[in-house]
Design a protein around this ligand. Structure first.
Ligand code: TA6
Length: 280
């Protein structure tokens, strides 16, 4: 069904999706998780996002690939026993509603809102909206507003899976300083230069870089970051074999570069914070 000239309702597996296709680019968003599944600008027709061929599209499990939304905690940092609450929070596993579409110049923006923002592990009043703008670039912005009477602390991430031609020949530019290394018991380690990949990588960079670049042999993907306090870099490498919705070699073609709040952002009543990633 047509929502507007540039926005169509569609389906992927058992999921309802929106296809945005305009003069500059094309993207698909699942309403389950307000999850951006793909983005291809027309000028080079190159898919920027990686979606696992084994992603569960039944709506029963978060989608492996695209742009998962983490909120109001990151990973298992929810203050309870691991496994008691869902990894990365509860926004990515609920059905969102399309509340607005806007056409400006040649870009299209859709606004989505989740069904609920209060759940086990987060007992505060908050409004959350996601806007996705599709043009020559993809812009994804997650805004949290405190609508209650007391301050709360939250974490969040745009956990984007990027397509890479070959991870062993990919370089990440733009990060310096220290990162916290999940695969070495959270040791603080200096960012390598050049930043290349040859093993499992799971890092929280405390660098608030505004731009990072994925450099591949034939092309580059530019990633701009806003409203974050850290950048997370993840590739499971050999542990991909134990991830049910990824095949053993899936790690070769993806890298997560995540615009994230991992250090706890405090939001006072009526205040808002927007976490934004722009992909070019
Ligand atoms: O962002 C990195 C990370 O937190 C990793 O530690 C890894 O577990 C990954 O996210 C995927 O998490 P998920 O819950 O989607 O399987």
């Amino acid at each position: 069904m047509t929502v507007s000239t540039f926005v169509q309702e569609s389906r992927r597996g058992e999921l309802a999706t929106l296809i945005i296709d305009n003069a500059l680019g094309r993207a698909e968003i699942a309403l389950f998780g307000a999850h951006v599944l793909s983005f291809t600008p027309h000028h080079d027709n190159r898919q920027r996002l990686w979606l696992s061929p084994h992603a569960d599209l039944s709506g029963k499990k978060p989608i492996r690939g695209g742009v998962p939304l983490c909120w109001p905690w990151f990973s298992n940092d929810h203050g309870r026993e691991q496994g008691e609450l869902p990894s990365h929070g509860f926004l990515r596993s609920q059905i969102w509603s399309l509340t607005d579409t806007e056409q400006k110049d040649e870009t299209t923006t859709v606004t989505l809102t989740p069904d609920h923002t209060r759940s086990d592990g987060f007992d505060y009043s908050a409004d959350v909206t996601l806007t996705v703008t599709v043009g020559r670039e993809l812009e994804v912005a997650l805004t949290t507003t405190n609508t209650g009477k007391e301050a709360f602390t939250f974490n969040a991430a745009l956990h984007t899976y990027f397509n890479v031609d070959n991870i062993a020949e990919t370089r990440l530019e733009g990060l310096t300083g220290k990162y916290k290394d999940k695969v070495s018991n959270w040791a603080e380690v200096e960012t390598p230069s050049p930043y290349t990949f040859s093993r499992e990588t799971d890092r929280i960079h405390l660098d608030k870089a505004e731009q990072t670049t994925l450099c591949m042999n034939a092309h580059q993907t530019l990633i701009r970051h806003y409203g974050h306090d850290s950048i997370v870099v993840w590739n499971p490498w050999g542990s991909a074999a134990s991830i049910s919705d990824m095949d053993a070699f899936g790690y070769k073609h993806m890298l997560c570069v995540e615009t994230a709040i991992t250090q706890g952002a405090v939001l006072q009543p009526l205040d808002s914070r927007t976490l934004k990633q722009i992909v070019a």
